[in-house]
Design a protein around this ligand. Sequence first.
Ligand SMILES: CC(C)(COP(=O)(O)OP(=O)(O)OC[C@H]1O[C@@H](n2cnc3c(N)ncnc32)[C@H](O)[C@@H]1OP(=O)(O)O)[C@@H](O)C(=O)NCCC(=O)NCCS
Length: 165
Amino acid sequence: MEYRKPTFDDIEDIYDLVIEYANDGVMLARSRNTLYETIRDMIVAVNEEGNVVGVGALHIIWAELAEVRTMAVSPAVIRQGIGAEIVRRLLQEGRALGVKRFFTLTYKPGFFQTLGFKTITKNELPHKVWKDCIECPKFPNCDEIAMELDESGEGKAASDLQWEM
Ligand SMILES: CC(C)(COP(=O)(O)OP(=O)(O)OC[C@H]1O[C@@H](n2cnc3c(N)ncnc32)[C@H](O)[C@@H]1OP(=O)(O)O)[C@@H](O)C(=O)NCCC(=O)NCCS
């Protein structure tokens, strides 16, 4: 399995992977527009045939704060460690930038728990996080679970960060 940054040629494969799960209601859909705009956020897993079989993204929200999102692994290859490897690489990218707090909104808390994320209440997340949620058909009745990986060593909630808005 190769893990790398996606190219424009991968966008249709990523779109297909995500839309399949989104149609089943297990994750949020991402438009092609969003995928192109956030291409640098993503890491893909590519199999020996050159097909994208996994994707994940790290989206910077503010200083030291980033969201792990758009996690999807092809049904044919789930539970083989691909999702976990994508998250580990996303966390490395974030740490290199100085991210101290990672969070996610998920329907699969068990997966993120194995990676050290802990459940938090949604109001521990800053309002800026909800900017993208306005586009979601479920807004404002979000039923995703908020989880955080806090590496700040300060034990603070993300909402305690200083905002200059
Ligand atoms: C969630 C998802 C990305 C996980 O990817 P994956 O490659 O299957 O995950 P991994 O094999 O790396 O799993 C690592 C560990 O996480 C845990 N885990 C994985 N999927 C889990 C699940 N559905 N429920 C509970 N724990 C899970 C397991 O402990 C697993 O280790 P194990 O298989 O040795 O027990 C994948 O199942 C997926 O694409 N699901 C559909 C889309 C989705 O729900 N995305 C999340 C957005 S909210």
